[in-house]
Structures are given as C-alpha cells and as structure tokens.
Write a protein that binds this ligand. Structure first.
Ligand code: MD6
Ligand code: FE
Length: 221
C-alpha cells in the first residue's frame, strides 16, 4: 500500500545513483553526474575523435597499451619509446589536438567543485577507449606540472572495476565499480595515489556499444 514508508523507499532507490561517495581523504565518486550531459557530450566527442582518432600507443618499456588513446585541449598526453609527456600537437597528424569541448570542460569544473576543488582550469583531456579485455596497469599520474590541481575522470559505456591504491605500488588497492555517467575526482593528499583499471568484462552498453570510454581532465601545463 502506498504510504510514507513506500514513498521513503522509492526516494531511496531513486537517490542511489546520485550522491557523492568518498573513496579517499580528498577523492570522490560522483555517481551519475555526467548522465544529464550525455546527449550534449556525445556529438562533441565524435567531432574530437574524427579529428584525432583513437590509436594504441607504446610505453617507454616497449609494451603496446591495451587501451587506445586520444586527447583534446591545449595539451594531450602521449607515450612512445622515448617516454611519457604532454604535447601541444597530436603526433599522428602533427597538428594541434582538437579543442576541448566547452560542455566537457564545464562538467569537469563542476565535478571538481563538488569534490571541494574550486578553481579547476583543465587544459588537457585524455580520452581512453577500452574494449573488453583491455585494462590499465597501476600507475601514478605524474606528468603534470602542478600536483595542487585535481584530476577529474568521466566514465562512459561498459562498467569497470577501478583500482584505487596508496602511495606505494605495493599498497593493496581498493576496488571501486564505475558505471556509465560516473565521475571520479581526486586531488590534494590523494593526487599521487596509484590507480588502475581491471580488464573490462565482455558486454555491450546500450548507448556506447561494446566499449568503455574514460575522459580524464588535468591541468598539465
Ligand atoms: C580509467 N583512469 O579510469 C583510467 N587517472 O580508465 C585513470 O588513469 C585516472 O580515472 C587519474 C585520475 C582519474 C583516473
Ligand atoms: Fe591515471
């Protein structure tokens, strides 16, 4: 019978995907934050990827990354056998990276603010594409100039298990499930924590198809 209890229960269910989950002292998962933005994001993402398509890069150690990468913004993250770095040009085309779409920049800034970082001015957006089986080994994000700035990360498509470790590679990471539309923000004391992504499970996402796309925003320059 509908009544106060039933209503409370319904609210509870509706609120589950939203809200802020703290995963570290200065790290949060903002559940579903990107969902209302998706219809504006996807056409912009398509434009960016038409100009700078996904490509698989090689690490300095000589391994081909399983995730395929692209970038937009003033700076893009690249790797090859000579090292990791940010570059103002796409090495594939030797042209500047596509502009960072305003809708993406605004979402990243809003996400950072919800995590307590108020003057976030991202100049780099790294775009990772994972097909089932692709993963990201534990790493630290440390090619940026200032660690005082947070990182904001938008997940689209297939779910992932995100590994959130400590300051040593050997620290046992916690597992955080990330779904389509979730945004992770971390910075401050957590900025250099090791993190990675477990191999993506087989599946087909109703909007994004058989892939996960992750966009990470940083102040690199
Ligand atoms: C990913 N993300 O979620 C990989 N780095 O596909 C990252 O490596 C990452 O999500 C820094 C901050 C947030 C991230
Ligand atoms: Fe990272």
């Amino acid at each position: 019978m509908p009544g106060p209890t039933a209503d409370l229960f319904a609210d509870d269910v509706l609120q589950q995907p939203a809200g802020r989950e703290q995963i570290g002292e200065q790290s949060y998962v903002l559940r579903g934050l990107a969902l209302p933005w998706i219809e504006r994001i996807l056409p912009e993402l398509r434009r960016v990827l038409a100009q700078s398509p996904f490509r698989q890069m090689v690490t300095p150690g000589g391994f081909t990354m399983s995730a395929a990468l692209s970038s937009c913004g003033d700076l893009g993250w690249t790797t090859d056998t000579s090292g990791y770095r940010y570059s103002p040009v796409d090495p594939r085309s030797q042209q500047p990276w596509p502009q960072m779409p305003e809708v993406l920049r605004q979402l990243a800034v809003q996400a950072a603010a919800q995590a307590g970082f108020f003057d976030f001015a991202p100049d780099a957006c790294l775009i990772n594409r994972y097909v089932p089986g692709a993963k990201m080994s534990l790493h630290q994000d440390k090619n940026e100039r200032r660690y005082s700035e947070p990182v904001a990360s938008i997940s689209l498509g297939l779910p992932a298990i995100f590994l959130f470790g400590g300051h040593e590679r050997s620290d046992k990471p916690r597992k955080v499930s990330l779904f389509h539309g979730d945004v992770v923000v971390w910075g401050g004391v957590d900025r250099l924590r090791f993190h990675g992504v477990m191999p993506i499970k087989d599946g087909v996402h109703p909007i994004m198809g058989p892939q996960r796309i992750n966009l990470t925003f940083r102040t690199a320059g």
